[in-house]
Structures are given as C-alpha cells and as structure tokens.
Design a protein around this ligand. Structure first.
Ligand code: ADP
Ligand code: MG
Length: 669
C-alpha cells in the first residue's frame, strides 16, 4: 500500500510517519511539503490514498483536492483531508464540496487513522475493479457495435447487389432466347418460363406447368437418352446437358439443347432442378450440311486414294500383259511375268477387301487359330512391305495363343501396321512384332475404355520411326485421317485395323511420342482351348472337266471372255448373254440343253435377281451360280433370297470350275 502525505509542517509529517510505522507497517509513505509538489507527486506515483493538510501557504488543501479530483490521472485516488478541529462543520462541508472522501482531525488518533486509510484503500480497490470491469464492458459494447454496423453495411451492400443481379437476370431472361424451367422434384410441379412455351409454339396458358409437358414431347429416339442423362445427374451428379427433339404445337419436331442443375438436401436426395432450354435446330441443320459436305470430301479422298493404288496395279498388269502379247519371251520368263500378274491381282483383291472391311461389309469367317502361327506365316510378306532398309524382328511366345479370328483379316492388320511403320521410318530403323499373353483385370482396365476382363493374346508391334503427337494419336482411327501428302495416304489403314479388332471383340492400345517411335498393342480374346476348331478344309482338289451347256450372263466383257475361255477349256458348251434381258431370252430359246446358269448380279436391263426370277417361272428347278463383287449380305438386301450359290469376284478360275462342277452334280431337291 502506497500513501502520499502533503503537509507544509515537517513535524506533522514525521509524526505521521512514526504512527504509520507503528500501526500500519505495510504502508510505504511518500511525503511532500507543498500542495503544488504534492499534485505532481500524486500524478507521478499514483498512491492508494492521499493525506492532505488544509492549511498550507500558497495553494491550500481545498484547492489541491479540487485539482486532484479534476485530473483524470488522480481523480480516483481517495483524498483524506486533515482538519484542524474535529467540530469544524463548515470546514467539512467545504471539503466535501471540493470532492474530499474522508476527514481526519488533529491531533491524529492512530486507530482512526488506520481505519480511515484502510477503508479508503478498500474503496479505491473496489472502484478500480469496477472501473476496469466497466471499461472492458464498454470496449466490448463498442466492438459489438462496430461489428454490427459493419454487418449492417455489408447487408445493405448485398441487398443492393442482389437487386442489381436480379435486374440483370431479368434483363438476361428477356434478352436471351433460352426458355427456363424449374422443377420441384418433391411436389412434381414444374415452372416453365413463357419463353420456354413459346419455343414450342405455345402461348403461356396453353401448356400446363407439369413436368409431363416436357416428357410427353420428347422424340421417342431420344427418350431413353434424356431419362438416362437425368438419372445420371440426379444420382451421380454427372452434368446434365442433352440434345433432343421436342414435339411442337405446329406438329413437327425441333432440336433443343437442354441444360440443368439439381439441388440436393443434406441427405443427398435431389429436391429441385432448374435449367435452360435453347433451340438448336438451325445449328443442327448447319451441322448436317457440314457432315454432308465432309462426307463428300471424304468420298473424294477415298476415291482418289483407291484410284491411285488401283492405277499402280493396273499399270503392272497391263504392262506385263502387253509384254506377253508381244510373245517375245521364253517359256521360263513367261511364267515369271504371269506370276507377277497374279501377284498384282492379289494386291487388288486385298485393296477391295480392305474397302469392304472398312465399310463393315466384309463377312467374317472366324476360325480357332493360333496367333503366333499367323504372324510367322505373314512374316515374309511383311518383310517385302517394309523393304530392306528396315530390320524386321519377330518374337513369338512359344505357347499356343488360340483366338477366334479371320486369318485374312489378322493379316490385314499386320500389313496395315507394317505399311505405316515403313512410312514412319523413311531413313530406316527397326520393326518388331512380338506376341504375348496378358490377363486383363479391372485394375488394368480402369481409366481405359477397353474390352472386357479376361485373358488376351497380344500382338505388339514397335517401330523406331518418327512417332506421333497427341493430336494425331487422338484422330488416328478416324476414317480418312491422314497426315500424308495427297495421293500417298488414304487415311483408311488404321480405321480398318480398328474395325477388324472391334469385330474380333478386342481392343487396341497405342503408345507414341514425336521422335520416340510407336508401339501398337492389339488385344484379342483367348478362346477356350477345348473348344473345337471349326476348320473348313479348303478344297484343293484339281477341277474336273465337263460337257454340259452353261448360260453365262455377264455385262463386263473382260470378265465374260475370261470365264467363257476357262469353261470352254474344260469342255463345257457356253452360251453368252451381256445383260439380264438377253439372258432370259436366251434361256427361253435353249432351255432344254442348259444345265446351269452362271450369272452376274448387277447388270443393265434387268439385274441378275430379276432375270433369275423370270427364268424360274419358265423352269423352277433350274440350277444357278451367281457371281458378284458384293457380299452376300449386300445382295440379300437387294432382294436375293438366302442360300443361293454365290461366287465372289475376283473370280479365280480353279475355284470357278470346282463350284460349277459341284453344282452340276447336285441332285435336284
Ligand atoms: P494413312 O497411312 O493412309 O495416312 P492410316 O489410317 O494408316 O492412314 O494412318 C493415319 C495416320 O496415323 C497417318 O497418316 C500417320 O500420321 C499416323 N500413323 C499411323 N501409324 C503410324 C506410325 N507407326 N508412326 C507414326 N505415325 C503413324
Ligand atoms: Mg496407313
């Protein structure tokens, strides 16, 4: 406890000191002998109480009290005035008016002194505590007030923004051509904006605000799509953005794009969904036009590419044929030239097969075969394709890899891959073909859109060529996509590979980077080894000659004379017709002696199907063999019934003779 005593009389101060030492030893005393000095000390030391004499020269005790009570720094310190006489009431009144807190009279009574000081100090402490409390409360209130006013300000700002955005939204809705909808999934009610109804040609009151107004107008072809997209959005939060046709008031369908977003409650249930619908009919029509013109361009490119390849082949055939005609060669050289012609026709046949596969018209004849064996069989052929500057390496897994596959198509895959590898390595390099076995499970499938789980036979082809950037990789399987110069690439190679692999229920993996070479992995499902192989033994027997009369109807003079020659060489009598009508007439005139009709299908003046129907009217049990460059599937779609005998072009003489013989020898049903 710290006390300040102010008294001009040194003796009084000493007495006081003695008293305090005796009766209040915990108090330390500061003394001052004038009011002015006392005030300074009070400010400086902030004592717990001040004992102040009244009578002093200069400033007296009253004035000093007033000043102490005025100053913020000293206002809270209790002032005990020391009066000369206990009974001096006037003096006490004046002291109270100045702000004194207590009085002591001289001579000072020690017990009164101690009691007064203790009381004053206690009061001061309590007041101090209260003041602190109040100060902190005030601070708190001030802070709260400040926070509140900030919040208020923010709220006002938000309100202003909200009003602004609402206005903007309204302007946007009025300005946009989108129709809006807001569907309450709980009650089933659905708000459609007037514009939404207008898009479908309806006035506001003509369509009820029910979700069925939408669902009942979806084109049947898109209904499953829309419902699926909705389901995926509501349950898995897949973005909802679908294009569909909606039935309009005027009685036809228009194309719309519909986007929306649901809201989910805390249990994860979708409760509401809202979105916008826009008319995209015009865009659709333009896209359709674009597709059409792209198709035309693609067809042009294809025709160009095929024509280029065919011309090369024809050049070879025509050239060698001319040499043969000049008859300047010896027997051995002749045989060689003929061999070249046969090879060229094989190439041409492969080209057309590729086209058919590409258009998915090539019938597949899958057999259980060993993949490694096929690779070994085409190895030599591939070496010829890639040329001498490129090293060919094969690594065949020494276990059987049984797959259900069409051998010629697997060869086609390898040929196409090899051709691309060659084009990518114009400065030479290495081309590796390896076979392998791989278990594909969920883990290895994740992230790829590949086939089903299971065991796969894998052909991996690696080249050390220029590789591809990401953009090329993305488009590589697109039909007609090529980076090669005009006339060099058709852009069909990889599309054909893709088509074949798809048909075989397999998949393709591709790894490449510019300058880093390319790796293709072709996965084909392994078939059960116990499954019996459906091997159709190819008929290699030498053809047998005959003497029957055959009516040959074929519009292409080249094919017609070739077939006629072959048949005559083997003893047959041949009548020829160059179109369908002529065939019918010729049959009518010679029906008694004709044993078989050999007829092309696509002909002018009645096609083969029509001509055959008329001939059958004349003689129902007539035998026929059709020739066509199209597949059986295609021909059936032209009205030919199933089960007819069909010989595919290009016609191979030996095959033709065998088929003719076997049909002639069939018993009539
Ligand atoms: P084309 O060979 O007629 O261009 P493809 O369908 O066979 O058509 O190939 C398409 C494109 O893919 C090629 O033009 C080429 O850019 C790229 N490509 C295919 N295979 C490879 C490869 N092994 N290395 C580099 N690029 C390749
Ligand atoms: Mg190619």
């Amino acid at each position: 406890m710290k006390l300040l005593a102010i008294d001009d009389n040194q003796d009084n101060l000493l007495t006081l000191k003695a008293l305090l030492q005796a009766f209040l030893p915990e108090a330390s005393l500061i003394t001052s002998q004038s009011a002015a000095d006392g005030l300074r000390r009070a400010k400086l030391e902030s004592p717990d109480a001040i004992l102040l004499d009244i009578q002093m020269p200069g400033m007296d005790g009253f004035e000093a009290t007033r000043r102490l009570k005025e100053l913020p720094a000293t206002r809270h310190i209790p002032v005990i005035l020391v009066t000369a006489h206990r009974t001096d009431a006037l003096c006490r009144v004046q002291g109270l008016e100045c702000g004194a807190d207590a009085f002591l009279s001289k001579p000072i009574d020690e017990s009164e002194l101690v009691a007064q000081i203790k009381a004053m100090v206690r009061i001061k402490k309590t007041e101090d505590a209260l003041r602190r409390e109040r100060d902190s409360l005030e601070g708190l209130v001030a802070r709260r007030t400040f926070d509140l006013s900030c919040a208020n300000e923010a709220l006002l700002e938000n309100l202003a923004r909200l009003a602004e955005s609402e206005e903007r939204y309204e302007r946007a809705v009025r300005g946009t051509s989108d129709g809006l909808w807001d569907w309450d999934l709980v009650s089933g009610a659905c708000y459609f904006s007037p514009r939404w109804k207008e898009l479908l040609g309806f006035a506001e009151e003509e369509l009820p605000d029910r979700i069925d107004s939408f669902f009942s107008r979806i084109h049947p072809d898109e209904e499953a799509l829309v419902r699926g997209a909705l389901e995926a959005h509501l349950s898995q939060r897949v973005p909802y953005d679908v294009e569909m046709r909606l039935f309009t008031k005027s009685g036809f369908y228009l194309w719309f794009r519909c986007r929306g977003q649901a809201e989910w409650n805390e249990r994860g249930e979708a409760v509401r969904m809202a979105g916008a619908t826009s008319d995209i009919t015009e865009r659709w029509q333009m896209e359709e036009q674009l597709r059409q013109s792209q198709k035309m361009e693609a067809v042009g490119q294809l025709a160009g590419g095929v024509a280029h390849d065919f011309n090369n082949i024809l050049t070879v055939i025509a050239g060698y044929a001319t040499i043969l005609k000049m008859d300047l060669l010896g027997k051995k050289e002749q045989a060689e030239v003929i061999e070249q012609i046969v090879t060229a026709t094989e190439r041409a046949a492969q080209l057309t097969r590729g086209l058919l596969t590409f258009s998915r018209k090539q019938p597949m004849a899958p057999l259980r075969i060993d993949l490694g064996e096929i690779v070994l069989q085409v190895e030599k052929f591939l070496a010829r394709i890639i040329g001498e500057d490129i090293q060919l390496q094969t690594e065949i897994l020494p276990v059987p890899l049984p797959v259900l596959a069409d051998k010629s198509q697997i060869e086609q895959i390898l040929v196409n891959l090899a051709a691309n590898a060659r084009d990518a390595m114009d400065k030479g390099g290495r081309f590796t073909i390896a076979t392998g076995l791989q278990e594909v499970d969920d883990g290895s499938l994740r992230g790829h859109q590949l086939g089903a789980c299971g065991r796969y036979a894998v052909i991996t082809v690696v080249d050390t060529g220029r590789g591809m950037d990401a953009e090329t990789q993305k488009r590589i399987f697109e039909p007609f996509f090529t980076t090669k110069e005009l006339g060099k690439g058709t852009g069909l190679g990889m599309a054909i590979v893709y088509g074949i692999v798809q048909q075989h229920k397999g998949f393709i993996k591709l790894e490449s980077a510019p300058g880093q070479g390319t790796t293709f992995s072709i996965y084909l499902p392994i078939v059960d080894e116990r499954q019996p192989a459906r091997v159709e033994a190819a008929d290699q027997s030498a053809p047998v000659a005959g003497c029957e009369t055959i009516l040959l109807a074929e519009d292409d003079p080249g094919v017609r004379s070739m077939v006629e020659l072959v048949l005559k060489q083997f003893g047959y009598q041949v009548l020829v017709a160059s179109d369908g009508q002529e065939a019918v007439e010729m049959f009518a005139a010679n029906r008694a002696r004709i044993g078989l009709i050999l007829m092309d299908i696509i002909m002018p003046n009645k096609n083969g199907v029509e001509a055959f129907a008329e001939i059958r009217e004349l003689q129902p049990e007539v035998k026929a063999l059709f020739i066509s460059g199209y597949t059986a599937e295609f021909i059936q779609s032209r009205g030919m019934q199933e089960g007819v005998d069909l010989l595919m072009k290009p016609v191979q003489p030996m095959e033709l003779l065998r088929r003719v013989r076997s049909i002639l020898e069939q018993k009539q049903p």
